[in-house]
Design a protein around this ligand. Sequence first.
Ligand code: DAH
Length: 346
Amino acid sequence: MQTEKLCKEIKEKIENVTNLKSLNDLKIEYTGKKGIITELQNGIKDATDKKEYGIMLNTIRKTFNELFEEKLNKLNEEELNKKLESEKIDVTLPSKKIRVGSKHPMTRTLEELEDLFVSMGFDVYDGPEIESDENCFQKLNLPLGHPARDAQDTFYLENEYEKYLLRSQTSTGQVRVMEANKEKGPIRVVCPGKVYRRDDDATHSHQFMQMEGLVIDENISMADLKGTLETFCKKLLGEKTDVRFRPSFFPFTEPSVEVDATCFKCGGKGCSLCKGTGWIEVLGAGMVHPNVLKMSGYDPEKYQGFAFGTGLDRFTMFKYGITDIRTLYGNDMRFLNQFTRGDEDR
Ligand code: DAH
């Protein structure tokens, strides 16, 4: 009778349980250290009929364990179903559009030029945009007060000890690479990067990109400069491109030249892009001035060099038919979205 009553009680209690915690409490209540079943078990030593007592105990324990297991599985399953329900994914919902970025047109031009010069054996040097007056001007043969500084007026950052500025030309790379070369041996390097000037109109931006080139070695002549720049222009603008050299002036080169290429739009016949001349100016260049070599520790009796500087913005504008340089730096998505991944390698 006691067995039946107890089993009924167990069944009812387990049936009424609705969560795992209460089920666990029941387990303690019956099988814990001071649990009902445990106490019964301890009572076996005083039982008159130990066999019958043992059978009774087994029935109760078995009933409890079975009902407990059953309920435990049921509650676990319910919990899992609840979770699955709440985390259900509706595969029929419309998907979010994945936005795929692409390289900025300036980056494309930069990488194209870098690849070209690396293929000709040049290294790439990336210098800082904040520069000293010394590196940007003085060591390039533009002492304080030199009138050629006017064309490169830039943004100045005053410092108690030294005058810093945003570099107005990547020619600063020449100074940095020559000074870093402790053996004062040969150099073949291009220095691309952002430069800054006090400019702002459709063809001039306060920030733009240049690439400087510097070659220093023994027995370097104007012929090396011509050959390198001709190869550069033909590779970049097409094999049919003609190149001409006009005498010019830059304080850091002597002699200096400006390099024109046949207009890539009309092929030299004359059009609106080249203003009817058939030529487009693409580079400034020259033989490195002996003063520049000397100021950075090179012996001009032993070494000669040539240097060149070109603007990447103009190449990019011509290539993609961009008419206002400022759109290159405006971060306007309507402009940027026109350059998709598909045409990156074209
Ligand atoms: N730094 C010059 C500029 O920004 C460009 C230039 C001209 C660089 C002649 C050179 C060079 O290395 O030889 O206008």
